[in-house]
Design a protein around this ligand. Structure first.
Ligand SMILES: [Ca+2]
Ligand SMILES: [Ca+2]
Length: 350
């Protein structure tokens, strides 16, 4: 099976091209229609501004060497100052931090361009936290990072917690990201430049351990279906027959890297990487067509690490401990957490 490992950060050659780069983002099963029109595409794929996804930020990340910025997506965590994103958005090919400063845009006002929208800066590489173990290769896992903003976002901007369960495979997540967008029928050749948040859904079908021998357990895989068995790549290659979610179905692309996948409003995945397989690809090559796949970083695998930096208020539930001791105390921990949750004044679990 031919596999190429490609990351999705929207690397661009010139600063001015950042916002118009057709590097692509969420691809859908339909051709996009213009924003503002009352169409099924807009109902399904353009979430309202200043609403539940107000804390999904577009990141503009500047290289330490002064090279042109890259664009990624991130999510504001509970507490209001840390943004969750992908490690490959802020590192070089070896996993070392190579971003020195940047901006998180909230995109609250659709009448303004993204760059004239509200943003919060981060000013140094010391405000970037990369998961230890990330080696620059997204297919090896640990593709997750945190950015501490210079100040806390105002209270009207939504914050999110992170998933701590372990039942992600088989579930449908809500996926949302900034950037260009297009249709899986034509691939990225005609993708639109990204001035809107685009949303959709997909179903995680396996972890990295099933995807390949020695694969990372902290990766969650999904394919891009058009409803035809001939383009069901996971069905053809792995026997995981699933023809998708119809018009809701999306596939992540460049500029969506680091963006969230939600289970009931809680972040369970972070966009990492993807390409095509030996079978099922609708348009030959890596071009965001039907039949390609993507992998999200499984956030629950890193919940404890995220909380150790951003605080325990980011956890949507108790973090499972691998040790026997933790298993024995698990029932007590659940009861304790439930009690804390019922007492809103107790915002800290530390
Ligand atoms: Ca499929
Ligand atoms: Ca393709």
């Amino acid at each position: 099976m031919k596999q190429r490992w490609m990351t999705l950060a929207g690397a661009v050659g010139a600063a001015l091209s950042v916002w118009s780069s057709p590097a692509a983002a969420y691809f859908t099963t339909e051709l996009p229609t213009p924003a503002g029109q009352d169409t099924e595409f807009n109902t399904l794929h353009r979430p309202p501004y200043a609403a539940e996804y107000s804390g999904v930020v577009r990141l503009r990340l500047y290289n330490l060497a002064g090279a042109s910025p890259t664009v990624c997506t991130g999510s504001l965590l509970a507490g209001g100052q840390y943004v969750l994103t992908a490690a490959h958005c802020v590192t070089d090919g070896t996993g070392k931090v190579d971003r020195g400063n940047g901006l998180a845009y909230f995109g609250m006002d659709p009448s303004k361009s993204i760059t004239s929208n509200e943003s919060i800066r981060f000013s140094s590489s010391a405000q970037i936290f990369v998961k230890p173990g990330f080696d620059g290769s997204t297919s090896n896992g640990n593709d997750i990072a945190l950015i501490k903003l210079d100040s806390e976002a105002r209270a009207e901007i939504n914050r999110y917690t992170i998933y701590t369960g372990t039942d992600e495979v088989g579930q449908v997540s809500d996926k949302v990201g900034w950037g260009a967008f297009g249709s899986g029928a034509v691939g990225d050749a005609n993708s639109k430049s990204g001035t809107d948040l685009i949303k959709g859904k997909n179903r995680w079908e396996m972890t990295g351990e099933q995807f390949r021998a020695g694969g990372a357990s902290d990766l969650l895989y999904y394919d891009f279906d058009n409803g035809l068995a001939a383009n069901d790549s996971f069905g053809l290659v792995y026997g995981l027959t699933d023809l998708g979610l119809g018009k809701d179905e999306v596939l992540a692309g460049g500029g969506d890297s680091g963006g969230p996948s939600f289970l009931n409003g809680v972040i369970a995945g972070v966009v990492s990487h993807g390409t095509y397989l030996s079978q099922g690809d609708y348009l030959a090559g890596r071009n965001k067509s039907f039949g390609e796949y993507e992998a999200d970083t499984r956030v629950s695998s890193h919940a404890q690490w995220v909380a150790s930096i951003a605080g325990n208020q980011v956890l949507a539930g108790p973090v499972p401990e691998p040790s026997t001791y933790a298993l024995l105390l698990g029932g007590l921990a659940v009861v304790g957490w439930a009690r804390r949750r019922m007492a809103p004044a107790d915002v800290s679990q530390r």
